[in-house]
Design a protein around this ligand. Sequence first.
Ligand SMILES: C[S@@+](CC[C@H](N)C(=O)[O-])C[C@H]1O[C@@H](n2cnc3c(N)ncnc32)[C@H](O)[C@@H]1O
Length: 326
Amino acid sequence: MKASSLSSHTQVPPVNTEERLEVQQMICSLIDKHASGQRKATALRNEYAIELIRYLNEEGMAKIFIKAFCQGLKSPLISEVREFFRTHSEITNIICAQAGDPLAFEFLYHMRQPANPIDRYFINCKAGHQIYVRLRKIIQYLPGLIRKIYYSEKRTILVDNIGSGPGHDMIGVLLENPDLRPIVHVRNIDVDENALKIGEGAAIRHTMKHNFLFVNQDFLKVDSREADLVLLIGFLCPVDLRRSRIILKKLKRFSRQDGHCLFSTVQTEMGQGDPVTDFIMRFSGWQMDYKNHEQVRNLCLESGWQPVDHFYDELGYNQMTLAKLL
Ligand SMILES: C[S@@+](CC[C@H](N)C(=O)[O-])C[C@H]1O[C@@H](n2cnc3c(N)ncnc32)[C@H](O)[C@@H]1O
């Protein structure tokens, strides 16, 4: 993975301006006619949603999609909309087969180029773009933390990346910070063999294979090696507070007594800020459990971790919490 491959925000293909204005007016009247409630109409009136609806209109799907969005998940139109999205979008197809599949993230992380308008929508929309920003923020944040731990410990820093997917976060950290390679060893632990193979391929390509172990197992069955840093990124997004507490408690045994854990949660700001993408994700079977800052703090404390720091993507959709064992 080249650092440069992470940097481009995919653009919507250019459209003739006049034609675009005409289509936008038509879309807006469609929204006014079918979007009940100001909030829903406003949610549909952002440039990426309008671009998506413009495409759906060409396919005779716009009115159906807007109606279904207004009626919500119980709409009788949902199965028709889901089937259309599934057959016209690789990302939706992946999510419908397995919600949270890391292969969908390959698009969001800009590792794969979208080949159709719906997938372009996903990577450009506010919620999708924040996933990319989350990765970048984590890659920027971790080197400082790792250096701090190393200066006090002066030995190899062990990182356990739970539910790592391919592990683009730690691959990115070591790729962009070659000085850390001699002092860091990472275990990427995931039940998804295909995701681990992508990560292993990237580690080999960048001659960093010796920095990584790829463990294809349920994390509950993996032995602890008392890591300095435990990562849990993207794992808790669809998980309610009760089950999140159980998972964070189970993570404690992976950490050294003075170790750190960095975990992410998806915040209420996303549900409020991008309800269109939330709707598409929900009818595809990927239901986020939005949390607020206070809930995350309590979740942390109740699970036996002391929150010591936190940061966000640029819209505050994802919170990354750094914690130490209580
Ligand atoms: C939403 S993905 C996040 C992947 C990655 N951490 C990222 O930020 O892109 C959640 C990952 O957790 C993995 N996973 C789910 N349950 C697991 C378990 N019990 N043990 C290990 N991995 C698990 C899934 O296979 C998936 O790759």
